[in-house]
Design a protein. Structure first.
Length: 113
């Protein structure tokens, strides 16, 4: 059974940076495609970034050039480095183990202007 725990959210000013972490339990982390999603109240959860087990990444157009997804298979952790943050990045951010559809509990990111 895979469990995911996010951390690293918080309050940051416009233009600032945050790094989210998602720590996984279980032995199959290294073969999982991992992703970060975000959700604001009243809207659907949207895909932010996704990374394959080999490290290939793709991003939503809204975050390209500002966010970087990475993973450390030895630490069973996936990261989301968020730079040049904007107020519209404010959301609850979730990590997900694709394929087995396991979600973390979410971490709040608030960007203040």
């Amino acid at each position: 059974q895979v469990q995911l725990v996010e951390s690293g959210g918080g309050l940051v000013q416009v233009g600032g940076s945050l790094r989210l972490s998602c720590a996984a339990s279980g032995s199959i982390f290294s073969i999982l495609v991992m992703a970060w999603y975000r959700q604001v109240p009243g809207k659907q959860r949207e895909l932010v970034a996704i990374i394959t087990r080999g490290g290939s990444a793709n991003y939503a157009d809204s975050v390209k050039g500002r966010f970087t997804i990475s993973r450390d298979n030895a630490k069973k952790t996936v990261y989301l480095q968020m730079d040049s943050l904007k107020p519209e990045d404010t959301a609850v951010y979730y990590c997900k183990a694709e394929g087995i559809a396991i979600w973390g509990q979410g971490t709040q990111v608030t960007v203040s202007s």
